[in-house]
Design a protein around this ligand. Sequence first.
Ligand SMILES: *[C@@H]1O[C@H](CO)[C@@H](O)[C@H](O)[C@H]1NC(C)=O
Ligand SMILES: *[C@@H]1O[C@H](CO)[C@@H](O)[C@H](O)[C@H]1NC(C)=O
Ligand SMILES: *[C@@H]1O[C@H](CO)[C@@H](O)[C@H](O)[C@H]1NC(C)=O
Ligand SMILES: *[C@@H]1O[C@H](CO)[C@@H](O)[C@H](O)[C@H]1NC(C)=O
Length: 449
Amino acid sequence: MKTWFFVFFFCFSIYTFGIKSTNVPVYVMLPLDTVNNDGTLNNPTQLATWFQKLKSGNVEGVMTDVWWGIVEKEEKQYNWSAYQQLLTLVKNAGLKLQCVMSFHQCGINVGDQCYILLPPWVLSVGQSNPDIFYTDMHGHRDQEYLSLSIDNRAVLNGRTAINVYQDFMTSFKNTFGSDLGSSIVEVQVGLGPSGEMRYPSYQLQDNLWQFPGIGEFQCYDKYMLSDLQNYANENGHSDWGHAGPNNAGTYNSLPSQTGFFSDNGGDNWSSAYGDFFLTWYTNVLINHGDQILGIAKNIFGSYNMRIAAKISGVHWWYMTDSHAAELTAGYYDTINHDGYNDIASMFKKHGVVFDFTCLEMSDSSQPSYAKCGPQELVQLTLHDSLNHGVPYSGENALTCYDNDSYGRIESVAREGITAFTYLRLSSDLVDNQSNWGNFVNFVNAMHNL
Ligand SMILES: *[C@@H]1O[C@H](CO)[C@@H](O)[C@H](O)[C@H]1NC(C)=O
Ligand SMILES: *[C@@H]1O[C@H](CO)[C@@H](O)[C@H](O)[C@H]1NC(C)=O
Ligand SMILES: *[C@@H]1O[C@H](CO)[C@@H](O)[C@H](O)[C@H]1NC(C)=O
Ligand SMILES: *[C@@H]1O[C@H](CO)[C@@H](O)[C@H](O)[C@H]1NC(C)=O
């Protein structure tokens, strides 16, 4: 009798206290045009209604871009008024807020529904000095985001790009300090185009790039070229410092059409030259993240909230040896080299959350000739993060309302993610019964994994 009781009690305790289901909070991304270009909040009445609905669906909070191009329209004058108004609406609904420091342009990437350029005073500097922008080998400039080459060059009317990001984040902290760690639960720091730490290697503007092109290296502004030459000199290969690889194809090439990304011999990605160039190209990107995240940690580190940064899910050509598209985007990931390991280790240094996209995607939904591996890529980045003790959070890359996508997200979440941000709030999500029903089921499933 006694034994029976203990066995029963033992099992009961495991059931009640031991088997804890995982709870992953779900946030919802706000529309890109939540704040208008003139700095006013877009349709606050509708936002308030939507927020109540999200709250009723057990959503934890929302994520908003905080656009540099809207807040610092005039140099060193920050206008946060729309974001203050937004925060009030979020708080009134009992939700939490994730803020993205969006130092990039909105309007040319997948899903962009409005144009928000970089601040006018930055564009004006760019007119007299276009080398502040990423440049490809044809001389095409990309005005989405400042080139990392001016991080430490005081070419922005006496400030470096790092100074500019630091001043912006400091003003944000001074304005929202009393809500950091309470209503504002995360600051995500934009480190490149689309807010992702990457190069603009696959640009949609002017039809430069189409899926599944390999993209192009962006190292041809005069400052990057000069940095490359210095690096080459230091490494005893001054002849390697004149330019990027000359056999890497163009935006829409396939790997097999190039010498660099295929195995047609010569100076390919796995040659000594290839390793030299790819090491430099990824290291300057990681160093860019390292500097800015170090500053973000100084500014925000004392608040009880997450600091996060986003890595792009460049999944096409993942199933080849060279991973061409990841290489041009700045991730030195090949069959021989795990490019996300060094990134996770840099995030670890600053206590930064590794935010990754495309958690909903399946390999089989992609065309087979593009050798995509979104599911393998999610597994690789997740395990690199967790191995470093870096929290991992996720997003879906494209709009999805179907149970299959939700199911894939849930199974990744079960492996130990910190939070999920759903892309994106719209009338199609909240006003369509079937979409809303599936979504609420998903949110609840994420609370009981
Ligand atoms: C900030 O922007 C709002 C919205 O455009 C405007 O009404 C307000 O006057 C601006 N504040 C300042 C100090 O310029
Ligand atoms: C690439 O270059 C290296 C060194 O030049 C060579 O050994 C190799 O066969 C080439 N092809 C591949 C696929 O690595
Ligand atoms: C999605 O799954 C839920 C159960 O989680 C079910 O109620 C709903 O009917 C499913 N929707 C579709 C379109 O299969
Ligand atoms: C709801 O959304 C689905 C797509 O997820 C679409 O097929 C359906 O037509 C929509 N229903 C209404 C009433 O708009």
